[in-house]
Design a protein around this ligand. Structure first.
Ligand code: NIG
Ligand code: FE
Length: 420
């Protein structure tokens, strides 16, 4: 199939974009792209490629923008129930951390997810996965973390794998058993940490080896935060996970700076996420490392807070900067990367081009998939979106509606008006 007559084809070619390089869109005016067997096979100008491939079935982009599918490298996709009552409590003045320490918050979603059967969990998560795809996300990461015991943690990860198999959204799972201290371990957090290290991590590895033959291990993430896991607990879990061969991620500096970002950099984590309270030293440590700095602007927005990640400082310091939605029931029930980009431009000063690069090629680096997805380059998996607008700046400028008209996932075409 030859997609042709684009207004702009954004290739995002050349690999992840560090520091001030962020925002190189690789624009081909009147661009075209050849897709065969789910892979991009040629990229160029429409006039040239139409001549070169006269037999190829055509998809006319109608002078609209075409770019790589959006990548969302931080979601908590699989959970049961909702926390609308907590939203109301927060509006009345309670803080997220207050609600969490008084038994609500994550623990309340844990209760709902433990009692949900696998089909109900699957149905609830599937709706959200469909919605993400509808808004142009073609690949996402999905965390566990609403079980805090092995059975439910595995149940969540199984749902993520099932959704990945069903498609079209491609999903990379993360084990987040260290998301909160479960109520069973209320006054003995260190015992929970030891249990995670000695029991859960090896069990997750054994389970993964049984269910998945050819994929590398899932990520292991820790919520390093006041009221969750402190720096030494986070370090122990992450070092144990690393020793078992798991790639690492860290929830760091969301509400309080506990040192999680520097720890992520030091341990060679694939990403450090949130980074609202990160210091200059943390930013420097991330900039020097291979760890992607992932910012989640839907989270402060969802909490009605005014403080966002210091994105400009991160970019100026040379970080590999990416965006993600953080889709979750507590702080940000939003899996829409178009909206995420719109927030990033308004509250963190990104340009539309930077927001696009942070949501495609750099977001793919935050899940270790930069060689497979995130750009339109020969040999890469054919994940792309055709928008209903012709200029890339319309993305982020407009918000609240869906600018995606057509989604191509692994070479297969989906029209958004037939999806929802
Ligand atoms: O990324 N911070 C920890 N995890 C989520 C919130 C999860 C929840 O409240 O259910 C986050 O914001
Ligand atoms: Fe999160």
């Amino acid at each position: 199939m030859l997609i042709h007559s684009t207004s702009q084809l954004l290739t995002l070619s050349g690999g992840p974009q560090r520091g001030s390089q962020l925002g190189q869109l690789g624009i081909i005016p009147n661009g075209a792209v050849l897709i065969q067997n789910g892979i991009f096979m040629d990229v160029g100008n429409s006039i040239d490629l139409l001549k070169k491939y006269p037999e190829e079935p055509l998809l006319n982009a109608g002078n609209n923008l075409v770019m790589p599918g959006l990548v969302d490298p931080h979601t908590h996709l699989v959970w049961a129930g909702d926390r609308a009552s907590e939203f109301e409590m927060r509006l009345e003045g309670k803080s997220y951390l207050d609600i969490m320490t008084s038994g609500g918050g994550i623990q309340s979603t844990v209760n709902a997810s433990r009692s949900a059967d696998v089909n109900s969990l699957l149905k609830q998560a599937e709706k959200r996965a469909e919605n993400m795809f509808f808004y142009g996300t073609t690949t996402a990461e999905a965390k566990s973390g609403y079980g805090l015991e092995i059975t439910t943690e595995i149940k969540q990860m199984e749902v993520a794998l099932t959704l990945n198999e069903k498609g079209p959204l491609e999903i990379y799972p993360t084990f987040l058993g260290a998301h909160a201290i479960p109520k069973e371990y209320e006054n003995k957090p260190d015992e929970y940490v030891i249990m995670v290290c000695e029991k859960m991590l090896p069990d997750i590895k054994d389970w993964w080896m049984k269910v998945s033959t050819n994929q590398s291990l899932p990520f292991v993430d820790v919520f390093c935060e006041k009221g969750a896991f402190d720096l030494s607990q986070a370090r122990l879990i992450l070092e144990t996970a690393k020793g078992l061969g798991f790639p690492l991620k860290v929830h760091a500096d969301e509400f309080v700076n506990m040192g999680g970002a520097a720890l992520a950099a030091q341990l060679g984590a694939i990403s450090a996420d949130h980074l609202v309270k990160s210091s200059n030293a943390d930013i420097k440590a991330l900039a020097k490392s291979k760890t992607t700095a992932v910012s989640l602007p839907c989270t402060p927005f969802g909490l009605g807070e005014n403080e966002y990640s210091p994105a400009k400082e991160m970019i100026a310091a040379g970080c590999l900067f990416a965006l993600a939605s953080d889709l979750n029931p507590g702080t940000a029930w939003c899996g829409n990367m178009q909206f995420t980009m719109a927030l990033a431009c308004r509250f963190m000063g990104l340009t539309p081009a930077q927001a696009i690069a942070a949501s495609t090629i750099n977001a793919s680096a935050a899940i270790g998939q930069q060689d497979k997805i995130g750009s339109i380059e020969i040999g890469k998996q054919a994940d792309a979106i055709i928008l209903s607008v012709s200029d890339y700046r319309q993305l982020s400028y407009r918000f609240g509606t869906n600018l995606v008209d057509t989604i191509i996932k692994k070479g297969k075409v989906y029209k958004t008006d037939q999806l929802c």
